[in-house]
Ligand binder design. Structure first.
Ligand code: ADP
Length: 546
């Protein structure tokens, strides 16, 4: 017997029309290179309707890829809806990719048109001639004075000349592609993840749920995480669905500028990678951030000490989320639950340092990489985290990567290793490729980093594997000391000794000025491994714990 409910597709046009009809009075503020602009959602929706016609006029094919090379802005948000609502596919380009990778992904996705913020012209213009599939570049003038190459069109002129689309947007099949995003390609070429309307809608609904971001009409949201980094973690679509106001940081991503925006616009929810919050920490005391109710942090492990510093200075800790480009990205959230209420503040900080519980409809399992056996949720057994769900990729665009990252029964291999407690609160130990295998046993670099970063004089720390004849691999700690402080390698080891097993203690400590970062602000261990590859250490005499 079949259910007798209406079979309506889950598509982004609903998100657009809902925002246009009910939330026309809400606002999107954008910090531009030369000031700030504000428009109502009503005005924004009118512009989306014009943009829909512009895409037709530009001759973008029915399911053509529409590239964006933009900061987080209200106009980027116009493209976020106009492309998928007209059946096209939004392709957000990472503005910090290496040039050859950028050319590769534009070509691989066959982008037909690319919208470029004027301040970013110097980055993409030298590559334009190599982007053979792109018929047109359109410049969005963000107040920068970069010279516009000949033949590139002007966004505002196109909109002004366009008739608005007056009907209702319809995408009949919810499985139609809505957007694409390439992984940042730390190993090999970036791989294309293709989101469907259905996955984007379901993921947006999750961002509204109480144990996730709990986005509501009352919120004022500032997405610091770029709109090209896994759809800004779903915040733009989530906010439109909920009716939240949006504050877009634009090109000025300095901690000072972001802190000032958070305070001036009484932002309630924001999200970004740990590097952002680390950079902002010294100035949070100078701003009134009392309206913030949630600071989402993810993309890499959230140092316990960093979260605690926010709790004591701003009044709220960082809320950890875990995910990947392949998971849309929200997969787990570490929001506190009732069974944590009885814990001490210190114990709660330990929970917050975990990646959290899978959100509804994300299935997760821990699989031993050697035996292939599923591990129990006993907080001790570790395994590779595998995930499945309606907003998790089943393969890469054009079969790239040959399916190695997917299991035979259709789960995504995340490449992360972790453990989980009986409530499903995952604790990530490491990425498989960053694990240090000392004498066949694992040392979790993420865990070690967290302990080193707990030292009051340490700003950042990254731990990598270095060669050892006896143990094959041993840990090397790369430490950044806080400005004005001094620290020795012996002091670091002394601090760690009561905190970790003796055989986990790094064999060498290197002091560096800054941990190199990837294009999305994560620790680039590859760069560190290249830098310190010449190391050879003897390692301990045994793996005895004490
Ligand atoms: P890339 O894989 O190229 O870095 P993603 O942004 O998709 O691009 O990264 C996903 C990875 O980021 C995850 O597999 C995980 O290793 C890491 N990650 C994301 N969130 C967290 C978190 N809260 N804690 C630890 N690692 C995280």
């Amino acid at each position: 017997m079949l259910g007798l409910m209406q079979d309506r597709p889950l598509t982004l046009p609903h998100v657009f029309h809902r925002a246009e009809q009910y939330f026309a009075h809400k606002t999107v503020v954008t910090a531009e290179a030369d000031g700030e602009t504000s428009m109502t959602i009503g005005e924004w929706a009118g512009r989306v309707r014009r943009l829909a016609t512009v895409l037709d006029t530009l001759g973008v094919s029915a399911d053509g890829r529409v590239g964006t090379f933009c900061w987080n802005t209200g106009r980027h948000l116009e493209l976020y809806l106009a492309a998928p609502c007209t059946g096209r596919v939004l392709h957000t380009l990472n503005i910090r990719l290496f040039p050859e990778q950028l050319v590769y992904i534009v070509d691989h996705a066959e982008d037909e048109v690319v919208f470029v913020d004027r301040s970013l012209i110097p980055v993409i213009a030298p590559l334009a001639a190599k982007m053979g599939t792109v018929r047109q570049f359109v410049v969005i003038d963000d107040g920068a004075d970069a010279e516009v190459p000949e033949g590139w069109l002007d966004y505002e002129e196109l909109l002004a000349a366009a008739e608005p689309f007056t009907g209702t947007f319809v995408v009949e099949d919810e499985n139609t592609a809505a957007a694409m995003c390439y992984t940042s390609g730390t190993t090999g070429n970036p791989k294309g993840v293709v989101y469907s309307h259905r996955s984007a809608v379901l993921h947006s609904l999750i961002t509204l749920t109480a144990d996730a971001f709990a986005l509501s009409e009352r919120d004022v949201v500032l997405p610091v995480v770029p709109m090209f980094h896994a759809n800004s973690w779903g915040l733009p679509y989530g906010c439109l669905l909920a009716g939240s106001d949006l504050v877009m940081p634009g090109p000025n991503m300095t901690p000072q500028a972001i802190a000032s925006l958070l305070a001036r616009h009484r932002v309630t929810v924001t999200g970004g990678v740990p590097t952002i919050w680390m950079g902002m920490l010294p100035m949070v005391g100078d701003h009134d951030l009392s309206h913030l109710r949630m600071i989402v942090c993810g993309g890499s492990a959230v140092p316990r000490s960093l979260s605690e510093s926010y709790r004591t200075t701003v009044g709220i800790p960082l809320t950890q989320a875990w995910g990947m480009t392949e998971t849309s990205p929200i997969a787990t959230m570490s929001t506190p639950r009732s069974h944590h209420d009885a814990l001490t503040e210190d114990e709660r900080a330990d929970i917050r340092a975990r990646q959290g519980q899978p959100v509804p409809f994300v299935d997760m399992r821990l699989v031993d990489p050697d035996s292939g056996e599923v591990q129990p949720w006993d907080d001790t057994a570790t395994g590779e985290i595998q995930a499945a769900g309606p907003w998790i990729a089943k393969e890469y665009y054009r079969g790239e990567g040959g399916g190695a990252q997917y299991t035979e029964d259709g789960w995504l291999r995340t490449g992360d290793v972790g453990t989980g407690d009986r409530y499903g609160f995952v604790r990530l130990v490491d990425r498989t490729k960053d694990l240090i295998k000392s004498g066949g046993e694992w040392i979790g670099s993420v865990e070690l980093e967290n302990e080193i970063m707990a030292h009051p004089k340490v700003a950042e720390a990254a731990v990598i594997a270095i060669p050892s004849e006896k143990w094959v691999e041993r840990p090397l700690a790369c430490v950044v000391v806080k400005p004005g402080e001094t620290l020795t390698g012996e002091e670091v080891i002394e601090f760690l000794t009561p905190r970790v097993a003796k055989w986990w203690l790094p064999d060498a400590v290197e002091f560096i000025d800054e941990v190199p970062k990837t294009s999305v602000g994560k620790f680039s261990k590859k760069t560190l491994r290249e830098k310190f590859g010449g190391y050879q250490v003897a390692g301990p005499t045994s793996h005895e714990p004490a």
